[in-house]
Design a protein around this ligand. Structure first.
Ligand code: PMP
Length: 406
């Protein structure tokens, strides 16, 4: 039914040709990290082969070239997210770093007794930094609950939101359930009481092209490694007025204007938040990954992945004892499941023996597992380079694992 040329796309990903335990690899752990196309690898090799140098400091040509490419990468991200200004794009080591940077900054803004709201379906990296912030400031953390389809209960959010709410933070897409949250509605509502909003876009960014100006969001954080880029690099988008207001996160080189032992003044944006030598090659490769994905097209990617999702969900549901967690009306290509009486770890181990990579466990989202009263799930997450044939192999392997374990 699809016109998506997946076979051509697969040619770009050398790793998809390898075998695991004697079987051709089926990689269904894309929500943990995505694979890298050779176009991005070429950029990495080119960087180290031709213009590896430290940035912003050198007068020599290599340093200038590296600086130009790095700043060009920032512009690529700016355009991708439709940020108004390039200095609203802060390079980080990933989503976790971006969230910690903002949480740290709010320590000097939040006051005792003020409230911050989190959703019930967050990754630990969007929970723990805020708990640490509450310990430092005496602010209170409140939770927006979800229903058993894995959807946030909007009316409860309206209920707990108040003029005392200073900040709301939630993921655009849940890594454990695939739920796409109605973030525009939540951002608008939060702004009606002047609360700032941080969106964890780690799981949305590989499938949905967010427009930060249209969303009106205050902070949006992403990781390159979930979207065909390398690990150890990501981006924090922050609205200029907020980035001006927040204090620096780390002190060091690059983030200063002047330093003396009496007083140091800080550099302007974005350097204020980019202490030390950054992941220069990573930032440049991230931009190459965005170019790669944009050339295919995010709506084409999402459309094809939805077909994979529907196909896999339908086939999985035919298996007796199958329970799927997260059946939101809008979701990305993630299926979290258990089979009655079987441990997710055992299923995952047998799938690996058959060359199929899935994730098992709590997916860094223990509160979700507690909500469903389970220790964990098996999670299959699909990308645009996966195929219907791979799903057939996966379904057969799940059936076989079930037979072996029962
Ligand atoms: N939030 C969500 C929703 C995620 O899925 C992840 C990665 N599993 C993170 C945050 C953390 O991202 P990183 O490990 O790249 O910092």
């Amino acid at each position: 039914a699809t016109t998506f040329d997946v076979e051509r796309i697969r040619e770009d990903f050398p790793i998809l040709k390898r075998s695991v335990n004697g079987y051709p690899l089926v990689y269904f752990d894309n929500a943990a990290t995505s694979q890298t196309p050779k176009q991005v690898m070429d950029v990495i090799v080119d960087y180290y082969s031709n213009y590896n140098a430290n940035i912003h400091r050198g007068v020599h040509s290599l340093s200038q070239e590296a600086t130009d490419k790095y700043e060009q990468a920032r512009k690529t991200v700016q355009q991708h997210l439709n940020a108004e200004k390039a200095h609203e794009i802060i390079f980080t080591s990933g989503t976790t770093h971006g969230i910690n940077l903002v949480a740290n900054g709010f320590a000097s803004i939040l006051k005792e007794g003020e409230e911050i709201l989190v959703s019930a379906m967050e990754h630990h990296s969007n929970i723990v930094p805020w708990q640490m912030l509450c310990e430092k400031t005496g602010a209170k953390l409140k939770v927006i609950p979800m229903n058993d389809r894995g959807e946030l209960i909007y009316s409860e959010f309206e209920e707990i939101l108040s003029p005392n709410t200073k900040l709301v933070f939630l993921n655009h897409v849940s890594n454990a359930l695939g739920t796409v949250n109605p973030i525009k509605k939540i951002i608008d509502k939060a702004h009606s009481v002047n609360a700032a909003v941080l969106i964890d876009g780690a799981q949305a960014a590989p499938h949905i092209k967010a427009d930060v100006q249209e969303l009106g969001v205050d902070f949006y954080v992403i990781s390159a490694h979930k979207m065909c880029g390398p690990t150890g690099v990501g981006v924090l988008y922050g609205r200029e007025e907020w980035l001006e207001k927040l204090p620096p996160y780390q002190g060091g080189g690059e983030m200063i204007a002047t330093v003396s032992f009496e007083k140091t003044t800080y550099a302007g944006l974005p350097h204020k938040f980019e202490a030390g030598t950054p992941n220069i090659c990573g930032g440049i490769a991230f931009a190459a990954a965005l170019d790669y994905m944009n050339a295919i097209g995010f709506s084409e990617i999402a459309g094809y992945e939805q077909e994979l999702l529907e196909y896999a969900a339908k086939k999985l549901k035919e298996i007796e004892g199958m329970k799927i967690y997260g059946e939101a009306s809008e979701k990305t290509a993630v299926i979290s499941f258990n089979i009655e009486g079987l441990h997710p770890y055992d299923i995952g181990t047998l799938l690996d023996k058959m060359g199929i990579a899935v994730r098992t466990g709590h997916h860094c989202a223990q509160p979700i597992m507690d909500f469903f009263k389970i220790p964990g799930t098996v999670r299959a997450s699909f990308s645009f380079y996966n195929t219907f044939g791979e799903i057939d192999r996966f379904i057969e392997a799940v059936k076989k694992a079930k037979m072996m374990l029962q």
